[in-house]
Design a protein around this ligand. Structure first.
Ligand SMILES: Nc1nc2c(ncn2[C@@H]2O[C@H](COP(=O)(O)OP(=O)(O)OP(=O)(O)O)[C@@H](O)[C@H]2O)c(=O)[nH]1
Length: 287
């Protein structure tokens, strides 16, 4: 689904999330494990305010495992609860309820102390487009599709999905926009497929990707594109890859757009292996 994020749409999305927030105890913030910072909404912190949050690094199967582990450590050091999951295969999901219970223990203890009846945790999923929100909801709903009706006192009808006895999940996720004003973030979103029909220049994305690979995954770059060494300049590198992959125009000249497309497609389809584009050390510098 492609959403045009005009200011009016952003305001509407924000309003919808703010409304639903009132119904839940906790937010499950879904981000892409390959780009946990770039796939986060820039204003989420402000929107959810004091609401407890569990960060879910989705598509962990596509991310560099070592870097995902560093991210998990990073969040732990910053007192944020985060889990790495794969919504498609369903792995890691069993930890979600436990983690939510741990985060909400003080609140539920207080409720119990006041003599209130124990109840399930209410949660909603929030994330940018294409991060896997529907996949996760469907996965969690799979076994317990018993939808509860309207909740008393709530005028707008909201469907809840029961996940075991302990969790109730809003059946529609909150969709928020990515940080697309930042060009580097835009490249990362494009390379992970979060932006599909990209408004960015293909060649710019591919140049960014090649530079990133050269710095962080040089061996994968040389292996995939049969390079004895990585040329210093981008033009010979493009020429080499274009020729190798047959991205040529009628006169035999390299077609740079086609070459760029090939490079981007290779990365998206993991032909260069699992790659993470956001690195915890860069974030630590910014903090
Ligand atoms: N490899 C992998 N793919 C995933 C995972 N989770 C979701 N996907 C894929 O990512 C794509 C987007 O998933 P959706 O569930 O439609 O994402 P969404 O956030 O609901 O998207 P919008 O409706 O655009 O907001 C689909 O092709 C899913 O199959 C995962 O953990 N691993």
């Amino acid at each position: 689904m492609t959403i045009q994020w005009f200011p009016g749409h952003m305001a509407k999305a924000r309003r919808e999330v703010t409304e639903k927030l009132k119904l839940v105890d906790i937010i499950f913030e879904l981000v892409d494990a390959r780009i946990p910072v770039s796939s986060a909404n820039p204003m989420l912190e402000e929107i959810i305010q004091q609401k407890p949050r569990l960060i879910l690094l989705n598509k962990a199967d596509m991310a560099d495992r070592e870097i995902t582990n560093s991210w998990l450590k990073y969040y732990e050091q910053n007192d944020k609860k985060a889990l790495a999951i794969n919504s498609q295969a369903g792995s890691g999901l069993h930890q979600i309820v436990n983690a939510a219970q741990e985060i909400l223990k003080p609140k539920f203890d207080r409720m119990r102390a006041k003599g209130m009846k124990p109840r399930a945790i209410r949660a909603m999923i929030i994330g940018i487009p294409n991060v896997g929100k529907s996949t996760l909801i469907n996965r969690l709903a799979k076994k317990n599709i018993a939808k509860t009706g309207n909740m008393p006192g709530i005028t707008k009808s909201q469907q809840w999905i029961k996940v075991g006895k302990e969790l109730e999940l809003l059946d529609t996720p909150g969709i928020l926009w990515p940080k697309f004003e930042d060009q580097e973030v835009g490249y990362k979103l494009a390379l992970t497929g979060a932006i599909k029909d990209t408004i960015l220049n293909l060649q710019d994305i591919a140049v960014y990707a090649l530079r990133f690979l050269e710095n962080h995954y040089p061996n994968r770059l040389t292996e995939r594109y049969e390079l004895s060494e990585i040329p210093n300049d981008i033009l010979p590198l493009f020429n080499h890859i274009g020729t190798l992959r047959g991205c040529l125009m009628s006169k035999g000249e390299v077609d740079y757009d086609k070459t760029a497309e090939t490079i981007i497609r290779d990365i998206r389809s993991e032909k260069l292996g699992s790659i993470s584009f956001d690195l915890p050390e860069d974030q630590a510098e910014e903090d």
